[in-house]
Design a protein around this ligand. Structure first.
Ligand code: ADP
Length: 362
């Protein structure tokens, strides 16, 4: 059902995305796949549906659960890892045997426990054990790290050396990493940073973009058709919400539950709440509260697209004095990194989500 607000788990429930699905299916034997895109564009749905369709053996490390946390520790990560590895041990005989001699792992009945004490369980050892089992079975284990940018908050442990080790040595383990393009690729995996463990590693990238106008309208019509409703207001809804599949899905969901009257307003409220929370976190977490007015002015200026020069002028008008190029650059880069702005051809900056125009109360 297209208007199910949860991430989709079956390909038959995924609208459009034929190219992305094909690319992901074709790339499943690559050691590192990055699924990037703005919030709510359908990254998780794509990964879950494809892996289920091809019956891939996988563990799904959902880092979204740490969205509201200021920082996380290795124990938090291990907890998620332990639960997911146990889902494999319950389904497949023989996995446990490969964990028996691993430092920091105890086996009780059909379950594994990972330790966070003095003898802690190392991520690389867990990956090695999964690899040994998969190798024996002639299979592959895919490790999905969903919304991986949240792992930048992990204190006192670095998962990158383990991923790099697996990339180089473990032929039967591969990774799918999802998240916002800049933060996952550049900030978390640091693929372009010379001293990073993953520097220069080859990877496949699948971009999940927002729908264009025509696709958005078709999505809505198909979703309503499934509900036995003949819907003809697709264009109006696209004008109001843009082409983010997450917002369109929510609109359809509310419309079916509450009726036409509420759907647009509720969806805008829902999206605004989510975007405004992200913007607040961005300002607080990054210690940017002192520059809040500057960031808001830049976003305001980009409402209908603007150039670098427009932004510099707007900041100078705000401060009543010259603002140096470095400051403008830093503000813009941060807003791009966190997907609040996008840079389109001809050097114009736009709001990544049109609903950000309405964030007046941050
Ligand atoms: P992301 O992981 O990018 O944040 P999700 O996979 O959680 O996005 O999707 C957000 C919402 O949009 C969910 O309700 C999901 O069901 C819906 N959705 C996203 N893409 C599609 C699609 N192509 N077809 C149907 N529903 C989709």
């Amino acid at each position: 059902m297209l208007f199910d607000p949860r991430p989709k788990e079956k390909l038959k429930d995924i609208f459009d995305r034929e190219n992305e699905v094909e690319l992901l299916k074709r790339s499943l034997d690559s050691p590192l796949i990055i699924i990037s895109g703005l919030r709510r564009t359908g990254k998780t749905s794509l990964v879950k549906s494809v892996l289920n369709e091809v019956k891939a053996i996988h563990i799904f490390l959902d880092m979204r659960r740490f969205e509201n946390r200021e920082y996380i520790v290795y124990k938090d990560f291990l907890g998620v890892l332990e639960r997911e590895v146990n889902s494999i041990t319950k389904k497949w005989k023989g996995v446990l045997d490969h964990f028996k001699a691993v430092k920091g792992v105890s086996v009780a009945g059909m379950s594994l426990s990972f330790s966070w004490g003095k003898e802690r369980t190392e991520f690389s050892d867990v990956l090695s054990s999964l690899n040994d089992w998969a190798n024996e079975k002639g299979r592959n284990v895919t490790v999905v790290i969903d919304e991986a940018q949240e792992l930048m908050k992990l204190k006192g442990y670095d998962v990158l050396p383990s991923i790099a080790y697996a990339f180089d040595n473990l032929r039967n383990v591969n990774f799918i990493i999802t998240g916002s393009e800049v933060r996952v690729k550049t900030k978390f995996l640091k693929l372009e940073k010379e001293n990073s463990p993953l520097y220069g590693r080859a990877h496949v990238e699948v971009n999940v973009n927002t729908f264009d106008k025509e696709t958005s309208i078709k999505f809505l019509e198909k979703g309503f058709e499934e509900q036995g409703i003949n819907f003809r207001k697709g264009e109006e809804v696209y004008e109001g919400l843009g082409g983010n599949p997450g917002w369109l899905t929510y609109y359809g969901y509310v419309y079916v539950k509450e009726g036409d009257g509420q759907a647009m307003e509720y969806t805008r409220m829902y999206a605004r709440k989510l975007l405004s929370k992200e913007l607040c976190d961005f300002l607080v977490e990054g210690g940017r509260l002192g520059s809040k007015e500057r960031y808001l002015r830049v976003l305001e200026t980009c409402k209908s697209g603007c150039s670098w020069k427009d932004i510099k002028n707007a900041l100078e008008a705000l401060e009543g004095r010259e603002v140096n190029d470095g400051t403008v650059h830093t503000i813009l880069q941060n807003l791009l990194d966190y997907s609040f702005l996008v840079l389109e051809g001809k050097g114009k900056y736009f709001l990544a989500d049109p609903l950000m125009k309405e964030l007046n109360d941050v």
